[in-house]
Design a protein around this ligand. Structure first.
Ligand SMILES: NC(=O)c1ccc[n+]([C@@H]2O[C@H](COP(=O)([O-])OP(=O)(O)OC[C@H]3O[C@@H](n4cnc5c(N)ncnc54)[C@H](OP(=O)(O)O)[C@@H]3O)[C@@H](O)[C@H]2O)c1
Length: 336
């Protein structure tokens, strides 16, 4: 059986460009004892993918050139020689940018079927990005009713869920995003209080207007000049959830840093986190988020691109802002 696989050929310099990742066709390995064969259905494209391609070790081991591109997947078990898994089960794992994946079952989790939620929602709002939003906001910043929460990359997979959980918790929510369409969606559809288009508006000025009582919580997805503008308006005893810094992921030189002096003077609590820290507490987030979805308190968008051949081009959308919601590649059909 043939397996289309994206291989990391070169560490990108700046933006991911043609030739860094190459699509190859190889044979699917036959199964040894205790292994399973998974047909990948959905592939998660994430800003973190860029960091994994840098050749540097971070919170995960560095990828090497020649490796199959690493990525989160949802797939169906086609064959099992592992007693913990049955043929036909739907699973979530790091199945990589490929059509089929052979695994020993480590890090493979079954996804419950028949919940009424579409399968691709387990790749976003009920998956890794929902979990990131839930714990990154609630565990790290403890939002209180009446507080002002500012979210960057607010219309994205993580940011859009943070905005809505902020509203559920009674905060005043201001989102920062890169187009009028995204800003309109945040205000009109998700019900946040204000949105700032950082590409066409003066962020500092608009923060003054939209946050007259200052900022109590900042959910950081971006870094750079947006962070600089937010920090100047933080209130005493504010909290910052340091989730991501996408503006620097393609940078070839050091990105100008924020005014850390403000953090000191205002006694700001800042905490970075990696969603993996919270995998053991997945059920807490799952129960709340499914209830909020059923009560129509949370909406989400998945941006699904068909065809594994398109993954190499699609990932660039995360950095140009062309993705609208969670960016996912559909590799094969869902089972009926
Ligand atoms: N800590 C963790 O465990 C964890 C887990 C998941 C994700 N994250 C982080 O969360 C952030 C969002 O990830 P996501 O998966 O939800 O992606 P996403 O927000 O759906 O997509 C990325 C968005 O970032 C914005 N962006 C790109 N370049 C930018 C720049 N130079 N300046 C400002 N905005 C820029 C774009 O939106 P605009 O159109 O608005 O520019 C783009 O749509 C990332 O920083 C990611 O690394 C962290």
């Amino acid at each position: 059986m043939k397996n289309k696989q994206w291989i990391l050929k070169k560490f990108p310099v700046g933006e991911i460009s043609e030739g860094d990742l190459v699509l190859e066709e190889n044979e699917v390995a036959s199964l040894s004892d205790s292994q399973i064969l998974i047909r990948n259905i959905y592939l998660s494209l994430d800003p973190a993918n860029r960091g994994w391609m840098s050749g540097q070790k971070s919170y995960v081991d560095a990828m090497q050139t020649g490796d199959i591109m690493r990525g989160g997947t949802i797939g169906i078990i086609e064959e099992s020689k592992n007693e913990k898994f049955k043929k036909g089960e739907i699973v979530n794992c790091m199945g990589g940018w490929q059509q089929f994946c052979v695994s020993d079952g480590k890090g493979v989790r079954q996804i419950p079927l028949g919940t009424g939620f579409p399968l691709d929602s387990y790749m976003s709002v009920l998956g890794m990005t929902g979990l990131t939003a839930y714990f990154g906001l609630l565990d790290i910043t403890d939002p209180q009713p009446g507080e002002t929460l500012v979210v960057s990359a607010a219309a994205g997979a993580v940011g859009s869920i943070v905005c809505q959980i902020g509203k559920i918790k009674g905060c005043k929510v201001v989102g920062i995003a890169g187009s009028d369409t995204k800003c309109k969606w945040l205000v009109d559809e998700l019900g946040i209080d204000s949105a700032i288009n950082y590409k066409s508006e003066n962020v500092r000025q608009r923060l003054k207007e939209t946050c007259p009582d200052g900022i109590d919580i900042y959910f950081e997805n971006v870094g750079g000049s947006i962070t600089e503008a937010v920090l100047t308006r933080m209130n005493i005893n504010g909290r910052i959830s340091l989730c991501g810094l996408i503006s620097g992921y393609n940078a070839e030189s050091i990105v100008p840093g924020p005014a850390w002096g403000n953090l000191l003077i205002k006694r700001i609590k800042l905490k970075g986190f990696i969603v993996f820290d919270y995998f053991k507490r997945y059920m807490e987030a799952y129960q709340d988020i499914t209830q909020w979805l059923k009560d129509d308190k949370i909406k989400y968008k998945n941006h699904i691109i068909p065809g594994i051949e398109n993954a190499g081009e699609a990932i660039r959308k995360l950095f140009s802002g062309e993705n609208e919601g969670k960016l996912i590649v559909q590799i094969s059909e869902e089972p009926n």
